[in-house]
Design a protein around this ligand. Structure first.
Ligand code: GDP
Length: 452
């Protein structure tokens, strides 16, 4: 089950529960069982899921639900908190400081994306003014040095390695020494990929670690690894002091649950995620926005940042004003669709926005989503100004819908679908009503507000 599906399943379970007239223990249990199933299908470790279920039952007070408080919100908040707890081990990892030499050692299974991620990590810091360097201590895999060399050259990052030397410890030490002398502030050591059964390779990894004394050991994990994640991550943690996790291939059809399991096994936070093969497809990982997105609650802080980044400057104040009035019209939807189409890789940007993520734009199906948006816009082109500017969907009676369908050459069913989409978004966006219009820098306050 890919992450978007996981989020969808959880949201549906909550929705079903909040539709029930009376919330009793059975209804709550049904909802939690549904969520448990979704998490297990996403490869979250069984024990974690069971603990989560127990905790939610402890937190959620049935009397509160029965009293008609906002049931959906109470349950959603409890699940949100539990998922955040799973992903947040409670202690931050070591953070290298610019200008002060740090050694970061990368470990992980073969094929997890380690070498690619080393370069992404170096490149990310280089763009921020660091002086990174790469050391290839992978003498096991033929071609490893070439790969690192190629990546490093492309990113103009100094590198060290050898075609002749077969002792990874020696190479690692030489590389680290050399780059320390050159005043690099981030020395990244790539090691061979290994599997938990390969005792000799684990011993070698331990020796590299002992010899280079890394400030941080980063465990790189492929998000599609599934249920094996927990055991593998634990095996690494037992040999070297893993301090943080990077989850790769989050762009694929991966079951993301392994990430939760890896955090639990290493008691270390996920600090970055890889979202593609290219050097800049790499994102800082923050627990709360991630879980918000997963649950379809939207990443409001990311959303506001994106409004600043993506919506043309002259349109921003008006859009924010309209949003704060809770006034989401079809015209606003139209204008935002225009912005989405102009932006390029729409999935990336809009997966952040509340409501736009899983349903309108499933990841990996950006082309289809784009076609759908264009279709919706054609239909909206057949609407009158009054219809576009009204936030009252009742205006759309049967004859209007038929006329719009005829005018745009689409089916009545499609117009209805577009209007449903509008209503869904309007409902989500109406949460902005009454909010102070945030300026840049005030985003986190807004985010807290929306997630509360
Ligand atoms: P290593 O054996 O762990 O060093 O793995 P590599 O760095 O050689 O990566 C294995 C494959 O995964 C390569 O084809 C990479 O391009 C690919 N890869 C790495 N990270 C990502 C990612 O975030 N997304 C995708 N789609 N592919 C990735």
């Amino acid at each position: 089950m890919v992450l978007a599906q996981l989020g969808g399943s959880i949201s549906r379970a909550i929705q079903q529960m909040s539709n029930a007239t009376i919330i009793d223990e059975k209804v709550l249990n049904d909802c939690l069982n549904e969520i448990t199933r979704a998490l297990l299908q996403s490869d979250v470790q069984f024990k974690l899921v069971r603990d989560m279920q127990t905790n939610i039952k402890k937190i959620v007070n049935l009397d509160d639900l029965a009293a008609g408080h906002n049931k959906r919100k109470i349950i959603q908040q409890a699940i949100f908190n539990e998922l955040c707890k799973m992903l947040d081990p409670g202690k931050p990892s070591f953070t290298p400081k610019k200008g002060k030499t740090s050694v970061v050692m990368f470990v992980g299974l073969q094929g997890s994306g380690k070498t690619t991620t080393c370069t992404k990590y170096a490149y990310y810091h280089q763009k921020k003014g660091w002086k990174p360097a790469l050391v290839c201590a992978d003498t096991f895999r033929a071609g490893a040095f070439d790969q690192l060399k190629q990546n490093a050259t492309k990113a103009k990052i100094p590198f060290y390695g050898s075609y002749m030397e077969s002792d990874p410890v020696k190479i690692a030490v030489e590389g680290v020494e050399r780059f320390k002398k050159e005043n690099c502030d981030l020395i990244i050591v790539d090691t061979s990929g290994r599997h938990k059964q390969e005792a000799a390779l684990f011993e070698e990894m331990r020796q590299v670690s002992e010899a280079t004394k890394p400030d941080l050991v980063l465990f790189v994990m492929d998000s599609s690894i599934g249920q094996a994640a927990f055991d593998q991550a634990q095996a690494f943690k037992q040999s070297v002091a893993v301090g943080a996790v990077i989850v790769t291939k989050m762009d694929g059809h991966a079951k993301g649950g392994g990430a939760l399991s890896a955090v639990a096994a290493t008691k270390s936070p996920v600090i970055f995620i890889g979202t593609g093969e290219h050097m800049d497809e790499f994102e800082v990982f923050d627990v709360k926005p991630f879980v918000s997105r997963l649950l379809g609650m939207g990443d409001w802080s990311g959303f506001m940042d994106k409004i600043h980044e993506v919506v043309p400057m002259d349109q921003q104040p008006e859009l924010l004003q309209k949003l704060s009035e809770g006034n989401f019209t079809l015209r606003i939807m139209y204008e935002q669709f225009q912005n989405i189409l102009k932006m390029g890789p729409i999935g990336q940007v809009f997966s952040m926005l509340p409501g736009f993520s899983a349903e309108l734009m499933p990841k990996g199906r950006e082309k289809e989503s784009q076609a759908k948006i264009k279709r919706y816009m054609t239909m909206m082109d057949s609407m009158t100004n009054e219809e576009l500017d009204s936030s009252n969907p009742k205006l759309m009676n049967e004859s209007r819908i038929m006329r719009i369908a005829r005018g745009s050459g689409r089916q009545v069913r499609e117009v209805m679908e577009m209007l449903e989409e509008y209503k869904r978004l309007a409902k989500i966006w109406s949460k902005m009503k009454g909010l102070k219009i945030p300026k840049k820098g005030e985003m986190s306050a807004l985010s807290r507000n929306m997630n509360a």
